[in-house]
Design a protein. Structure first.
Lengths: 159, 762
């Protein structure tokens, strides 16, 4: 059996100590141990982006990240993204109808939060490039791109 | 204020954007076990042994079952040809042979790996044309014993799982005498629905019946399938629907539900969850079928088509599911849009040793339009005619008929579509005068709205909320999250936010035909208007008693009960609901509807299981592409859709359906390759190799809504979510051919295909 060890990390601003075993993925720990099921499992291959979370502010595919490597680091999931920029992104996606089945949506919101924290005024080409690690099978992306452009044109809210 | 035609925000938007929505993949029950299937590693072979004795003693294992542990019956949507677990032979790679439930997923997987499996492999039947030749090895040697799930048997023979044909006679003579004969063979591969939420179910055997939790498009269908496999009454199964993380037709039939149910019973009633891995999901999905379409036209000296002959092969895979209905589509689509004279058609569905195919959005339509539309381009090339002008010259108008004899009363909408596109992007002849490696494609389609019945019931709560119970499902389209609430709000005189629709439950809701064929907003919308009408009558009667006046003088306007001639309302529906609930009888309403059958000629074809096009819709698409002659990559630079949508209920949702469907179909046209190796294994078996369209690949679709009142839909609406998937393969293949000046006769048009075509001498 795989060995289990206890690690400590900051999850959504709160210091959490939890058990991880062997090569268990960060996605499994978030979903099964910490009950944060907003991080979605889509492929377990690092292809679809539904499991995107922020690790020290950078978006990663949590399915392809070994949980124990997150020890001592800061993790943000969709449940924790309540800052003004993230809320603005969510609002814009809702208003632009950038949601259909919704399974990819949390991963996209997480990725966009990191993206727009880093780049304030991206153009459409850059937005599309940023979205290309997240597969959406429903929308054909346009209404999501529209949502991001809406956030960009209105200017980011004060943090 | 009207709630129709506006981009109302869907009721599930905030829950989804916040990550709060619980899909089946996220769903858990107390004491839940994890189930894993043992799937066949061989495409064909004799099953010699499946020894579970070691498995049953392994750590954490609570149940292990195979064919001997379940009823010896066959099940299936249209033809009962499918065992729950392979019995004496395996028929495709991925076919379930056994299942294990254990305390943890890791234990279940280890136990499955320990099953003593013995298979004598046979060469698989893979080639569609070879499969139906006399003397080909039979995928089902016992095919004669099979019985349909309902109704009378249909045309089938050996590896031909279903056949639909029409021959008016005299076709060969017309071809012999023709001034010009144009012939093409067009092939298409399978397409994986690729919903982001892989198939998953939690089943519980308790109190002598089964409860199934699953995010399913068609609750009553999966209920019936589980009942067939377990040989029990349909009402011994209760299906509780959960939010669907995408379906696109892939979640209309059973997947892991009956296996989870059988495991739960074997494990003493513990809840059992089976979740496909992505590879399992992709390699066993009921994909859109691959096809070969042979199409010929006989022309006179003036370029008129005198006769058309279509011979189509469609891949059924190892088991039939609902595919028998699809054998009708080569007939329907072979002589559609344009007048093509006398028409002979043959559609044959071939059993092969591959995963069973099934419905994907638009079913067989993308292939059945890609072939004739590219064939039309070929004809114009032979004639030296303009592709657009030639189409317009032969285009259907009002009163033209489909091959089944169905008269189209409003086919002139096709012309509206060509005109509307011309206005925003004027057609520019052939490629010769334009930039090299840039091409254009133009095509049309006529489609249907699925006619199956739908229903709902509703009640008015004491706070004014309208609570709706229905087995209809929202697969992401917004039909229930936006469309139906808007229809109810508009009809009742309240706001859409006051309408709440519960998840489906086959124990409490009446029958509904599932989210398919663009039917939900249209059909359930009709049912909703009936329900509201009943409820409004009761509200006004109660209000009339309270106000001591005649109900006829009352109406509901903007959430107020108003007396005729007064500007201010007297009371709210909520106040009426309180009075009725505690002083009379709670206020309820219900409705049920289906789309009317269409007159057609029953003698038009043999084996026509799918007889006519209900509520026909009309579509014209235009694509521009740019081809990189060095890499072979194709870039879709512009895409325009003119779609007949009746009257729009929710503009944002309709746009989302069109943009999303076109994106899926651009994927099918260019990237989504699914090939089989000689051993029957899928080559592109994960999302790294099965390439889905990304944000950088898909242009913003320009959409022209052709709004025409539809008498068969609520507020004049028509189903709109399915049909925009039909034409992108047709017009993109045509645009690539136009760009490179070489014929393209297959999809997907991969970079390899482009380079090969460029190197070819045709």
């Amino acid at each position: 059996m795989a060995t289990t060890e206890s690690i400590t990390a900051t999850v959504n601003g709160r210091v959490e100590t939890f058990d991880v075993s062997g090569l268990e993925s960060l996605m499994d720990v978030l979903r099964d141990t910490l009950h944060l099921s907003g991080t979605k499992e889509g492929c377990r291959e690092g292809e679809c982006g539904a499991c995107t979370v922020l690790l020290d502010g950078k978006p990663i595919n949590s399915c392809a990240y070994i949980a124990r490597a997150a020890a001592g680091r800061e993790i943000e999931t969709i449940e924790g993204l309540q800052d003004a920029l993230s809320l603005r992104i969510k609002q814009a996606i809702v208003e632009a109808s950038g949601i259909q089945c919704g399974y990819c949506t949390p991963g996209i919101v997480v990725m966009l939060s990191a993206f727009l924290r880093r780049i304030e005024a991206p153009d459409e080409a850059l937005i599309r490039e940023a979205l290309s690690g997240n597969i959406c099978r429903c929308t054909g992306y346009s209404q999501i791109v529209d949502a991001v452009l809406r956030v960009v044109h209105e200017g980011a809210p004060a943090a | 204020m009207s709630h129709i035609g506006i981009p109302a925000i869907r009721s599930d938007a905030w829950s989804k954007v916040n990550g709060e929505t619980v899909y089946t993949y996220d769903y858990k029950e107390a004491g839940m076990l994890y189930g894993v299937l043992l799937r066949s590693p061989h495409a064909a072979g004799k099953l010699l042994g499946c020894d579970l004795s070691k498995t049953r003693t392994m750590p954490g294992v609570r149940a292990a079952i195979a064919a001997a542990d379940v009823p010896a019956v066959l099940a299936g949507w249209s033809m009962r040809d499918t065992p729950l677990f392979a019995r004496d032979r395996v028929r495709y790679i991925g076919e379930p042979i056994a299942a294990v439930a254990a305390d943890s997923l890791a234990e279940a997987r280890a136990a499955v790996a320990a099953i003593g499996l013995e298979i004598e492999p046979h060469p698989p039947v893979l080639d569609l044309e070879a499969a139906i030749l006399p003397g080909a090895p039979l995928v089902h040697p016992e095919w004669k014993d099979y019985v349909p799930a309902a109704g009378s048997d249909f045309l089938r023979n050996g590896n031909v799982a279903a056949e639909c044909s029409a021959d008016p006679g005299g076709i060969d003579a017309i071809f012999e005498a023709a001034a010009l004969v144009v012939e093409d063979v067009f092939t298409t591969q399978r397409q994986y629905q690729a919903y982001l939420d892989p198939k998953s179910a939690v089943a519980i055997y308790r109190g002598g019946r089964y409860t199934i939790h699953t995010g399913h498009q068609f609750s009553f269908n999966v209920r019936d399938r589980v009942a067939q496999f377990l040989n029990i009454a349909p009402t011994d199964v209760r299906v509780i629907g959960h939010p669907i993380g995408g379906g696109f037709g892939g979640k209309l039939d059973y997947s892991v539900e009956p296996h989870a149910a059988a495991l739960s019973k074997a494990a003493g009633g513990r809840p059992v969850k089976i979740s496909n891995t992505r590879v399992e999901d992709l390699t066993t999905a009921n994909c859109r079928e691959g096809t070969i379409v042979k199409i010929r036209s006989a022309l006179d000296a003036d370029g008129n088509i005198l006769a058309r002959d279509v011979d189509a092969y469609m891949d059924n895979g190892a088991y039939t599911g609902e595919m028998s209905y699809m054998a009708s589509f080569p007939f329907h689509c072979g002589a559609i849009n344009y007048r093509v004279g006398k028409f002979r058609a043959m559609g044959r569905l071939a059993y092969t040793n591959t995963p069973p195919t099934g419905a994907m959005r638009g079913v067989s339509g993308p292939a059945m339009y890609a072939a004739p539309e590219n064939h039309m381009d070929h004809i114009t090339l032979e004639l030296g005619a303009d592709r657009r002008e030639y189409r317009l010259k032969h285009l259907f108008g009002n009163g033209d008929t489909l091959p089944n004899g169905q008269v189209l009363d409003n086919a002139e909408i096709l012309k509206q579509g060509f005109d509307a596109i011309e206005k925003i992007v004027p057609w520019q002849g052939t490629a010769k005068s334009r930039t090299p490696y840039k091409g254009r494609g133009l095509g049309a389609a006529i489609w249907l709205v699925n006619p199956l019945p739908g229903s709902l019931s509703m009640k008015l709560e004491e706070d004014g909320t309208v609570s709706v119970v229905t087995a209809a499902t929202d697969n992401g389209s917004g039909a229930l999250a936006a469309g139906i609430p808007q229809i109810i709000a508009e009809t009742l005189g309240v706001r859409p936010e006051q309408v709440r629709i519960s998840d489906p439950d086959t124990d409490t809701a009446a029958w509904d035909g599932g989210s398919q064929g663009g039917r939900t907003t249209q059909t359930v919308g009709l049912a909703a208007i009936q329900g509201v009408t009943e409820m409004r009558g009761k509200i006004l009667e109660t209000a009339a008693q309270m106000l001591q006046m005649e109900a006829g003088g009352l109406s509901i306007v903007d959430g107020q009960i108003c007396v005729a001639g007064e500007s201010k309302g007297r009371m709210t529906p909520a106040e009426v609901a309180v009075a009725a609930t505690f002083g009379g009888a709670p206020i309820q309403g219900s409705g049920g509807a289906s789309l009317p059958a269409v007159p057609f000629n029953p003698g038009c074809a043999n084996g026509l299981l799918f007889p006519f096009f209900t509520s026909p819709t009309y579509h014209v698409h235009y694509a521009e592409v740019e081809v990189n002659p060095v890499s072979g990559n194709v870039d879709v630079t512009r895409y325009v859709v003119a779609q007949d949508v009746g009257r729009v209920i929710n503009r944002a949702c309709v746009m989302g359906q069109i943009q999303g469907a076109v994106a899926q179909s651009i994927g099918y046209a260019l990237y989504e390759s699914m090939r089989f190796a000689e051993d029957g294994k899928i080559i592109e078996d994960n999302l790294q190799f099965y390439r889905l369209p990304l944000a950088v690949d898909i242009p913003k679709v320009e959409y022209i809504a052709m709004e025409n009142d539809n008498t068969e839909g609520p507020f004049g609406s028509k189903g709109s979510g399915e049909a925009p998937v039909l034409l992108p393969p047709a017009v993109i293949a045509a645009a690539v051919a136009d760009a490179i000046g070489k014929p393209i006769r297959k999809i997907p048009v991969t970079p390899e295909d482009v380079l090969e075509a460029l190197a070819g001498d045709e």
